[in-house]
Write a protein that binds this ligand. Structure first.
Ligand code: GLN
Length: 542
């Protein structure tokens, strides 16, 4: 019988519920259990694909092309849980399914209601993951207890124990215990209120994880246990981590959370295997080098907009025992200021993906700086398209070269929509999405980094390298070294006679893990380390 763990959050949002759920998933996997992870998002958008990164951070793309919440990135970085479009449901999706059924007459004339029709649909989405080979399904509920839009989801998870047996379900609730400086005291009242709200709905949490800035100690956790009707040992404090988010699982193990869950759910599990992970944490805490990487983007001030990029840079740093210091540069700043002022001293420059015109010229300037000064450059999706535009303008000599996304009437649309893609104007799920195979040129930097010539990477874009210009680029030194298997779509370009200049149409950042960094990020940081060394020894003149 597959067991279900439900993770809810209270008091405030941004408690790191996704990270905690992923960490629990990791610990259970490292006890030999088969885990599936899932996130339910109460907002009405059908998926986050059409939401601005300002609203909701990055859109995380899965192999099957599902555009999902960024918490799924944590799941993939921490666990090997197979994720697909059933791993993330929103209110919008649930309603869409129910309304479609109603239109098809499947409810046989009955009144269609939140309870039981919406809640049944939510339960079906959760139970769908409980296939016989899976030991534990972890379902994280987005939002905060008390949100109006979260109510149908809470009602649905309240009902599941009635359907499959209370002993097969576990409720974990995450809250915040704030520290009031003026009173010099940690406050447990918000946690008490939040649990009260859950209990009103009919959910009694089995485990409470209390997030705190500093340790609060047994006195407080015992008090929380008493007021919230939870066992003392099941109130676990999760203190902010000093070095990195990857320490969260270690903190939870120290409080015995894996053992507690296994006991409460009566699971047959093996011993905890954490040696390699502890070794990773040691490396994270004791870097031997550091490099400075500029990330030039348009949503720079929003920490989560390029989440997977920052994580992947860190992973590559871990692989080289190197601390990666990221300088986040607003692309528009580069349009106003001398690039030298902003980019001088950087050991590598990365331009990530993006949509729309704003900041494009600044990104192109960043590419030019990297190309001319011989600074390692990594272009991702829009960052690749900018590299192509820059080269067309400044090397091929087409001053008006552009992407037809930004200048529909340019003489030189070096990035454009291919014939088959025209006439698409329904937004949402209309891009080239998900994992596609890519064939690499033997001996290219990318093929060497990957150690193979056939790779599969995830996509999320509409525009493509214009095949009409391929030869001109190749002859001038920006070489398409990766294409779709039949050779038509350009996936990777590399610049000849440059220390490291690789730009990809896909999103490698969705396939990097802390102890298995993505090969291209690893190659980029290695090149940045060399750049760092040579600039220190004063021989910058690549
Ligand atoms: N806007 C570009 C396109 O649609 C790039 C997309 C991206 O960077 N994800 O092709």
């Amino acid at each position: 019988m597959t067991r279900h763990i439900f993770v809810t959050g209270g008091v405030v949002s941004s408690l790191g519920k996704g990270l905690t759920s992923a960490s629990i998933g990791m610990l259970l996997e490292r006890r030999g259990l088969k885990v599936r992870m899932q996130k339910l998002d109460p907002y009405i958008n059908v998926d986050p694909g059409t939401m601005s990164p300002y609203q909701h951070g990055e859109v995380y793309v899965l192999d099957d092309g599902a555009e999902t919440d960024l918490d799924l990135g944590h799941y993939e970085r921490f666990t090997s849980s197979l994720l697909n479009r059933h791993s993330n449901y929103t209110t919008g999706q649930i309603y869409q399914t129910v309304i479609d059924k109603e239109r098809r007459g499947e409810y046989l004339g009955r009144t269609v209601q939140v309870v039981p029709h919406i809640t049944d649909e939510i339960k079906a989405c959760i139970r769908r993951l409980a296939t016989p080979d899976v030991d534990v399904v972890i379902t994280e509920l987005g939002g905060t207890v008390g949100d109006i839009e979260g109510l149908p989801f809470l009602e649905a998870i309240r009902q599941i124990p009635l359907d499959i047996g209370k002993e097969n379900c576990l409720f974990i609730h995450l809250t915040l215990v704030p520290y009031l400086k003026a009173a010099r005291e940690a406050k447990t009242k918000p946690t008490q209120h939040s649990v009260q709200q859950l209990r009103e709905i009919g959910i009694q949490p089995d485990i409470l994880i209390v997030r705190t800035e500093r340790p609060i100690g047994r006195e407080h956790t015992d008090k929380i246990a008493l007021f919230c009707n939870v066992e003392k040992r099941a109130v676990i404090e999760e203190v902010d981590k000093e070095y990195s988010i990857y320490e969260v699982p270690i903190g939870l193990v120290e409080h015995g959370i894996d053992e507690l869950i296994i006991e409460k759910l009566r699971l047959q599990a093996g011993p905890l295997q954490m040696e390699d992970y502890r070794e990773l944490i040691h490396r994270i805490r004791n870097p031997r080098n550091e490099v400075k990487i500029a990330v030039v983007g348009k949503y720079i001030e929003h920490r989560d907009a390029y989440k997977s990029i920052y994580e992947s840079l860190d992973h590559a740093g871990f692989a080289h025992s190197t601390r990666v210091i990221v300088k986040r540069i607003e692309a528009e700043e580069l349009e106003r200021q001398d690039p030298e002022l902003l980019l001088n001293g950087m050991d590598g420059i990365l331009v990530p993906g993006g949509f729309g015109m704003r900041g494009i010229e600044g990104k192109i300037q960043a590419v030019q700086f990297a190309r001319e000064k011989g600074i390692p450059y990594f272009g991702i999706c829009l960052g690749m398209q900018c590299a192509v535009i820059e080269f067309a303008r400044n090397v091929l000599g087409y001053p008006d070269a552009n992407s037809s996304e930004f200048a529909a009437d340019t003489q030189h649309p070096v990035i454009c929509l291919l014939e088959a893609q025209k006439n698409v104007n329904y937004k949402g799920g209309t891009m080239r999405l998900g994992a596609m195979p890519c064939r690499l040129l033997e001996g290219s930097r990318s093929a060497i980094a990957y150690g193979k010539m056939e790779v599969s990477e995830r996509h999320r874009h509409r525009y493509e390298f214009n095949p009409e210009y391929r030869e001109r680029f190749t002859n001038a030194g920006l070489v398409p070294v990766g294409t779709s298997p039949e050779g038509t779509l350009v996936e990777v370009v590399e610049l000849k006679n440059h220390p490291w200049f690789v730009a990809v149409q896909y999103h490698p950042e969705f396939k990097s893990q802390p102890n298995s960094a993505h090969p291209l990020f690893k190659g980029f940081i290695e090149a940045a380390l060399q750049q760092h060394e040579s600039s220190r020894s004063g021989s910058v003149g690549n």
